[in-house]
Design a binder for this molecule. Structure first.
Ligand code: NAI
Ligand code: MG
Length: 341
């Protein structure tokens, strides 16, 4: 592959451990990437910087891609999420989260193959909250025709390129008639006017979640507004082995940030037990993005080599604890490296 520069943000909690493992695997796989390290989150604060330093954002704007570890967000107080800020600042409006059954990872379902598309810039993540009067607070859910249409078009275009057959919107437009109503209306219009050949349907989200855990094969692609996309991503992770195996990409028109669906997992941080696979798969998505968007076909060859290697490690029973195995983060990385061809 041609040499690429990419920003790397190790993040907080298990972030540095899994990032280091993934960088090691990528190097051994022959990925020609010059990493440009930057901080964000608690790590940036500890270094005396802002929680989302301006030079981190500027570096992603300059280099166009980043591989990012999770950043901790305090619950119920403190600064607003770095992850959300970053997506908004860089206008990374589409979150893509493929959820696929893995070889050697036994779960209730076989052959799960879903792609979640989450709107990444508005909804209840608008961050507009206030105290109306002591004891009464409110949070504003924002939907704009522009963002709803943009994410619907992005999802249908993705479906076309990836030979996907069906998009299902999960919503609550029976209750949130204006916001979720706008979301489904925009999706309906894009479907009807621009992509009538892709099958399209809608389900109210509570019943949709029940259907997902009963029979995930009834779904192909899911299109959701921000909060529902967040919740349903973790639900779907549970169908295939958990948060250790679900990658993600935050994509805009000009930049992309690749990060796992999971968070900083403070309960297991610093113990060399976290599964680096979700971030490794996110790096594979990054390589495929480089191949497609930057005319770097060699990057796809590296991505394919990585996929074969981690599949074969899992098939051989090499697994971290979250998947019922015994390997630590580094030992799993070694098992993948041994199988690189
Ligand atoms: P979490 O995803 O960090 O952890 C949930 C559970 O899954 C924990 O039991 C954890 O040990 C396990 N887990 C997660 N990733 C794993 C991995 N790679 N290998 C093995 N086990 C793994 O979610 P939680 O605990 O709700 O959030 C922790 C922090 O992460 C919070 O501050 C939250 O705001 C932040 N967060 C950040 C995200 C991001 O940077 N994009 C996304 C989600 C949460
Ligand atoms: Mg989440």
């Amino acid at each position: 592959m041609n040499l690429e520069r990419a920003v790397v943000i190790p993040g907080d909690g298990i972030g540095p451990e899994v990032t280091c493992a993934v960088q090691r695997i990528l190097e051994k796989a022959g990925a020609a990437i010059e990493w440009v390290p930057h901080d964000a989150g608690l790590t940036a604060l500890a270094a005396g910087d802002e929680v989302l330093p301006g030079d981190t954002v500027a570096a992603i704007e300059h280099h166009g891609v980043a591989l990012k570890g999770p950043c901790t967000t305090p619950v119920g107080k403190g600064f607003s999420s770095v992850n959300v800020q970053l997506r908004k600042r860089l206008n990374l409006y589409a979150a893509v989260r493929p959820v696929r059954s893995l070889p050697g990872v036994k779960t209730r379902f076989e052959n799960v193959d879903l792609v979640i598309i989450r709107e990444n810039t508005e909804g209840l993540y608008s961050g507009v909250e206030n105290e109306v009067t002591p004891g009464v607070v409110m949070s504003m859910k924002v939907a704009s025709e522009n963002a709803c249409t943009r994410i619907a078009r992005w999802a249908f275009r993705y479906a076309t390129h990836r030979q996907r057959k069906k998009i299902t919107v999960l919503h609550k437009a029976n209750i949130m008639k204006l916001t979720d109503g706008l979301f489904i209306r925009c999706a309906q219009q894009i479907h009807k006017k621009e992509y009538p050949n892709i099958e399209y349907n809608e389900l109210i989200i509570d019943a949709g979640c029940m259907r997902l855990v009963q029979d995930p094969s009834a779904f192909d692609m899911l299109l959701l507004e921000n909060l529902y996309g967040d919740v349903v991503s973790d639900l779907c992770a549970g169908l295939i082995g958990g948060l250790g195996v679900v990658p993600g990409a935050n994509i805009g028109d000009t930049h992309a940030v690749f990060e796992a669906v999971h968070g900083s997992a403070p309960d297991i941080a610093g113990k060399n037990v976290a599964n680096p696979l979700a971030l490794l798969m996110s790096a594979v998505m990054m390589l495929n993005y480089m191949a497609d968007h930057r005319a770097n076909p060699g990057a796809k060859a590296v991505a394919d080599r990585l996929r074969v290697a981690y599949d074969s490690a899992l098939e051989a029973g090499c697994k971290t604890r979250d998947l019922g195995g015994e390997l630590g983060t580094d030992a799993f990385a070694d098992a993948v490296i041994e199988r690189l061809q």
